[in-house]
Ligand binder design. Structure first.
Ligand code: ADP
Length: 161
């Protein structure tokens, strides 16, 4: 089967947990489009779309079948426009489950030909989230080992006092 998978998210900023899912998804699907949700009234981001795009662009370099895009509006509409039938989401703790279950169910209602595939986090990243990275960076803590090495400076620069 020739499957293009969409891996959607905020990636505000991308972490090693995201990179782990990207690498694993790139082995399962012919193509993976890491899809950055555009800024909206309901969600405020620390990094602009351009910054998030540039950061993801740096870390997908080792994966020839992975690309990056931004999208606004309905994810299912975006997936259809890309000819994609699979959405990839990462799952960490039980706390992720309720939200992910609701989103996957709603996306199925909107587009029943599109499957959501969940990938369990690697154990070493189960505590890792963009929010915690931002919190540490804001407090001038060391984020080495939480985000890909190429992004450490970009993230720190955003929170420089
Ligand atoms: P969103 O705002 O859409 O949840 P995120 O950028 O926070 O976007 O996350 C995108 C996806 O990556 C989600 O499916 C999330 O569960 C997953 N993810 C985030 N952090 C990790 C991690 N440490 N391990 C595995 N998956 C993760």
């Amino acid at each position: 089967m020739d499957i293009t998978a969409i891996y959607p998210g905020s990636f505000d900023p991308a972490t090693l947990g995201h990179l782990d899912i990207i690498g694993r998804a790139s082995k399962l699907f012919e193509r993976v489009v890491v899809s950055i949700s555009e800024s909206s009234n309901t969600k405020r981001f620390a990094f602009s779309e351009e910054q998030r795009l540039a950061m993801l662009g740096k870390i997908i370099k080792p994966f020839p079948n992975v690309s990056v895009a931004t999208f606004g509006g309905l994810l299912t509409a975006f997936a259809r426009s890309r000819g994609s039938a699979v959405l990839v989401r990462g799952l960490r703790a039980i706390s992720d489950f309720e939200y992910e279950f609701q989103m996957a169910s709603m996306n199925r209602y909107l587009a029943k030909e599109i499957e959501t595939v969940f990938m369990m986090t690697s154990p070493k990243y189960h505590y890792l989230s963009s929010s915690i990275v931002k919190e540490i960076a804001r407090l001038q803590g060391d984020i080495t080992g939480l985000v890909p090495p190429e992004l450490v400076e970009d993230v720190q620069a955003q929170f420089q006092l």
